[in-house]
Design a protein around this ligand. Structure first.
Ligand code: SAM
Length: 265
């Protein structure tokens, strides 16, 4: 049996695809542009493809890793003064336990990327920025505009909190083992606190989930639990529109309308 890359057999269940292309690694690190004294946390350092150059640039790093074999290697390779290893699941990690403002980076395990983005959204107020490698298809959904095919729940819920940009694509050949899909680097910066205008973010989440649950159906159908036809008149919105036609601001307006009404009742 093959010993895998650097003597480590990649574990599928942990979404392990290790970066091996030096040019791609250099491009990612230069787009992060780490500086000494910054608070940087890397999710899923793996065999250290990004960890080593990040550390060389900033001198000190936090990492969150779940794989025990990789954790043991990290302890062997780096001193505790250089790298603080947080052992366990990034989905359960309390990012507010780290010094802020935090810069979060990582070549994320693809199998948990969406729940991880939602988990991190809870810490947006502690975060300066985030730079991630994800499947290109996921990045396209994150940055999609209303009316585009990729526009959906992920676009609205993340654009509500972050300014985002897709920086560049990375081919499967840059990894070992090579994934079948193309990846992309996304940059995310939390919007200022005053831009988060929705009175009840959980309600916003429910409305958006319902509106995109059945993409072909109109708002009149998908938002029936909350809105009657007369509500659309008050909102100056078309009940015959579909979720994919609404902007993030439209969704915030709907959620705030429902919230205000429930408070008034
Ligand atoms: N950063 C390395 C690189 O670029 O070569 C490895 C990237 S690999 C795509 C994903 C890494 O995340 C692996 O090291 C994997 O063990 C780790 N990982 C997977 N699930 C995790 C989780 N729930 N919490 C923390 N780390 C996780």
């Amino acid at each position: 049996m093959s010993n895998g890359y650097q003597g480590h057999v990649a574990r599928k269940r942990f979404g392990q695809n290790f970066l091996v292309d030096r040019n791609v690694i250099a491009d990612i690190v230069s787009s992060i542009a780490p500086k000494p004294g910054e608070n940087i946390v890397e999710i899923g350092p793996g065999l250290g493809a990004l960890t080593a150059p990040l550390l060389a640039a900033c001198g000190r790093l936090h990492v969150v890793e779940i794989d025990r074999d990789l954790i043991a290697r990290l302890h062997q390779t780096y001193s505790p003064e250089q790298v603080t290893v947080h052992e366990g699941d990034a989905l359960k990690f309390d990012f507010s336990s780290l010094p802020a403002p935090l810069r979060v980076v990582g070549n994320l395990p693809y199998n948990i990327s969406t729940p991880l983005l939602f988990h991190l959204a809870d810490y947006a107020h502690n975060v300066r920025d985030m730079t991630f490698m994800l499947q290109r298809e996921v990045v396209q959904r994150m940055v999609a505009a209303p009316g585009e095919e990729a526009y959906g729940r992920l676009s609205v819920m993340l654009q509500y909190r972050y300014a985002m940009a897709s920086l560049f694509d990375v081919p499967g050949s840059a990894f070992s083992p090579a994934p079948k899909v193309t990846s992309a680097i996304v940059y995310m910066r939390p919007l200022p606190a005053e831009a988060l205008r929705c009175a009840d973010s959980a309600l916003l989440g429910k409305v958006v989930t319902a509106a995109f649950g059945q993409r072909r159906k109109t708002l009149r159908n998908t938002l029936r639990p909350w809105l009657e036809l007369e509500d659309y008149q008050r909102l100056a919105m078309d009940a015959g529109a579909r979720g994919e036609q609404l902007s993030v601001a439209d969704f915030v307006r709907i959620a705030d309308y429902i919230h205000a009404r429930s408070v008034a009742d």
